[in-house]
Write a new protein. Sequence first.
Length: 231
Amino acid sequence: MLQLNDITVSYDGSRILRGVNLTIEKNSLVCLMGRNGVGKTTTLKTIMGVVRPDGGEVTLDGEPIAGFKPEVRARKGLGYVPQGRDIFPNLTVRENLEISLVANTRAERSNLVKVLDLFPVLKEMLHRKGGVLSGGQQQQLAIARAMLTNPKVLILDEPTEGIQPNIIDLIGETLLRIKKETAISILLVEQYLDFCLQVADVFYVMDRGAIVANGPIDKLGDDIVRTYLTV
Ligand SMILES: Nc1ncnc2c1ncn2[C@@H]1O[C@H](COP(=O)(O)OP(=O)(O)OP(=O)(O)O)[C@@H](O)[C@H]1O
Ligand SMILES: [Mg+2]
């Protein structure tokens, strides 16, 4: 579905990603893990076309997407929820959601009903301003907004960051439902190990700009956790 081949990225001449290879199969949930500053967000920004790689290739459904701007990538099926959520605080929940629908068809409007079914809490808050929602509710709003674009791949950057444990569980259940009820693949960047263990099919571990381990989630051993994940 989505593939990164030997991606290298530099900021101001210093190498940040050093040949990243990553594959996301259809309908699977891949968790990209690693400590602070190893290059996880840079990897996602490269997928979305916000950052230009020096080398390597990103393909979606077998098609190279190097030439496409971020908005074209979004239309082609990449739904992105950036780190820190990025909702519009002065727009209502409904308006935040409708922004995704602006250029869309009636068929996609019926999608709003389905998406709200995944996030019942938002249904009760359609007229509230985004800025007054709790962190967890804002995260759900950001995910719902990305879901409305009908993505093939949903890309989430640390959705549990700064969120209460009970809401983390709720977000985990929602991701499992998306996996079960839709054909959407999910790429999740996450530092919270238990969350990854709960939702992921496949893990990738990154350290200093390169993938240092990957495999099915049940093969994520204590040695890898100790070496690359715990602080
Ligand atoms: N715009 C930028 N210009 C220069 N350096 C940057 C820029 N953005 C990130 N970096 C550096 O690139 C490295 C990787 O950053 P990145 O944000 O990809 O890490 P991360 O794994 O997402 O970290 P975190 O877990 O803290 O979110 C870091 O050393 C960071 O300081
Ligand atoms: Mg990051």
